[in-house]
Ligand binder design. Structure first.
Ligand SMILES: Cc1cc2nc3c(=O)[nH]c(=O)nc-3n(C[C@H](O)[C@H](O)[C@H](O)COP(=O)(O)OP(=O)(O)OC[C@H]3O[C@@H](n4cnc5c(N)ncnc54)[C@H](O)[C@@H]3O)c2cc1C
Length: 393
C-alpha cells in the first residue's frame, strides 16, 4: 500500500482532530487538511449537557495546538459531495489521496410549528443555557442520556422541568426497559415531572401537544430523541451507507482510500460478529488511532469493548460492553435501596456488558472481564462484597 501524500479530514470534532493528531504522532509528514462545518475550533461535547449547562464551565475547547500539527484547518465549510479523489465543499473542491469521514451526527427534530431546541453544538448549548433561568418551564422530549443530563442541569438552574418519554422507562433504547425502569424514580426525587409512555405529537407555540391530545405548557422545549449520522451529503457518491458510513474492521469504506470514524461510522466488529455504530466519546477518541495506522500502511483493527458514561441526578452512570445477545441479567446490589449498584448482562455464562452506578472500580474490572472472555459465577458476580475481578466460575 502506498502512503498518501495528501489526507483530507471532513469534520472538525473529536474524531477529526484525533485523526490529525494521530497521523502526526505516527510521523506522517504529508499535507493534512481538516474541514469543519462549525465556526468553532474542535471542542468537547460531553460537558455541553453537564458543566457547561449548569454554568460551571463556559469553554469546552479541546485546546489542540492546531498550528503545531501543521494542518490546514478550514472552519465554517460544509462538505457537499464526493467522487473518487475529490471532495466538494460549499467553498470549492479539495483533491485527496486519502479521505477520513468524521462528520458525527445530527439531532432529530420533531414536527410542529413551535420553537424547539436541540443540543449538539456549543452554540446550541449557550443559546439554551441563557434561557434556563429560575422559574422557566422546561419541557424535554426524550428521557435518554442527554434528556436526563439536561433535566439535571435544568433543576440545578431553578427551572420547573418536565420530561416526556414515549417508552415505558428512561434510556430503554440503550439499556432495555428492566434496567431503565430502576432509573425512573431518580426524576421524581430530583423534582422532575417524568411522563412515561407518552408520545409528543407536535411542538407548538408555548409547549408540546401529546398524542393523547393533552397540551403541556413550557417556555422552553428541547427535543432530545436521538441523532442520525451526518452522512446524507454522501448519498449517491458511491460510498456505501447503512446507518452511517459502512466500514470494515480497519475502518475502510467501500471507496478505496476513504475511511470513517466516530459517530458517523458503522464498523464491522469481529468481537460481536456484526456491524455496530456508537455515539460514544471513547470511540471518537480511539478509532482514529486505527484510521491513522491504516493510512500509514500498518495493519490495525478497531474492535473495542465500547464504553460510555453519563452524569445524571448526582450519579455517575457508566456502561461498558454491548448487551445484544445477552441471555441473563444479574443485579449487583439492590437498585431500589442502594445508592451504588450495577446491572450485568451475561451470555453463555460470560460477561457481555455492565452498567454501574457510582461504582467506577467495578466498571474498570468489568471491562477487563469482558475483554478476557472468562466464565463467571453469577452468584459471586451478584455479591457486591466480592470484587468483580474475583467472580470466576
Ligand atoms: C450534549 C452531548 C453530551 C454528550 N455526553 C456524552 C457522554 O457523557 N459520554 C459519552 O461517551 N459521549 C457523550 N456524547 C457523545 C460524544 O460527544 C460523541 O460521541 C462525539 O462527540 C463524537 O465525535 P465525532 O467527532 O464523531 O462527531 P462530532 O463531535 O459530532 O463532530 C463532527 C463534526 O463534523 C461536522 N460536520 C458534519 N457534517 C459536515 C460536513 N458535511 N462538512 C463538514 N463538517 C461537517 C459537525 O459540524 C461537527 O463539528 C455527548 C454528545 C452530546 C451532543
Amino acid at each position: 500500500m502506498t502512503v498518501p501524500d495528501k489526507v483530507v479530514v471532513v469534520g472538525a470534532g473529536l474524531a477529526g482532530l484525533r485523526t490529525v493528531e494521530e497521523l502526526r504522532a505516527r510521523g506522517f509528514a504529508g499535507a493534512v487538511t481538516m474541514i469543519g462545518a462549525e465556526q468553532s475550533p474542535p471542542y468537547d461535547r460531553p460537558p455541553l449537557s453537564k458543566k457547561l449547562m449548569t454554568g460551571e464551565l463556559d469553554d469546552t475547547s479541546l485546546r489542540a495546538d492546531l498550528d503545531s500539527l501543521g494542518a490546514e484547518v478550514l472552519l465554517g465549510q460544509t462538505a457537499t459531495g464526493l467522487r473518487p479523489g475529490t471532495l466538494s465543499t460549499e467553498a470549492g473542491e479539495h483533491d485527496f489521496d486519502a479521505l477520513v469521514l468524521a462528520t458525527g451526527a445530527t439531532p432529530i427534530r420533531l414536527p410542529g410549528p413551535g420553537s424547539q431546541h436541540v443540543l449538539r453544538t456549543i452554540d446550541d448549548a449557550l443559546k439554551l443555557r441563557a434561557l434556563l433561568v429560575p422559574g422557566t418551564r422546561l419541557c424535554i422530549v426524550g428521557a435518554g442520556w442527554i434528556g436526563a443530563e439536561l433535566a439535571t442541569a435544568g433543576v440545578q438552574r431553578g427551572c420547573a422541568v418536565s420530561v416526556v418519554e414515549a417508552a415505558r422507562a428512561p434510556v430503554a433504547v440503550a439499556v432495555g426497559p428492566e434496567v431503565g425502569a430502576v432509573m425512573a424514580p431518580w426524576y421524581a426525587e430530583a423534582g422532575v415531572d417524568l411522563r412515561l409512555g407518552e408520545k409528543v405529537a407536535a411542538i407548538e407555540d408555548g409547549g408540546v401537544r401529546l398524542a393523547n391530545g393533552e397540551r403541556l405548557a413550557a417556555e422552553v422545549v428541547v427535543t432530545a430523541v436521538g441523532v442520525r449520522p451526518a452522512v446524507d451529503w454522501l448519498a449517491g457518491s458511491g460510498v456505501e451507507l447503512d446507518n452511517g458510513v459502512t466500514v470494515d474492521g480497519k475502518l475502510r469504506s467501500s471507496m478505496p482510500g476513504v475511511y470513517a470514524a466516530g459517530d458517523c461510522a458503522s464498523f464491522w466488529s469481529a468481537r460481536y460478529g456484526r456491524r455496530l455504530r456508537f455515539e460514544h466519546w471513547d470511540v471518537a477518541l480511539h478509532a482514529p488511532e486505527v484510521v491513522a495506522a491504516g493510512l500509514l500502511g500498518a495493519c490495525a483493527e478497531y474492535d473495542p469493548v465500547p464504553y460510555f458514561w453519563s452524569e445524571q441526578f448526582g450519579r455517575m452512570v457508566q456502561y461498558v460492553g454491548w448487551h445484544g445477545g445477552a441471555d441473563q441479567l444479574i443485579w449487583r446490589g439492590n437498585p431500589q435501596q442502594d445508592a451504588k449498584w450495577a446491572a450485568c448482562w451475561l451470555a453463555g455464562g460470560r460477561l457481555m456488558a455492565a452498567l454501574t452506578v457510582s461504582m467506577p472500580r467495578d466498571l474498570l474490572q468489568a471491562r477487563r472481564l469482558i475483554e478476557s472472555g472468562a466464565a463467571v459465577d453469577p452468584a459471586r458476580l451478584a455479591d457486591p462484597g466480592v470484587a468483580v475481578r474475583d467472580r470466576a466460575a
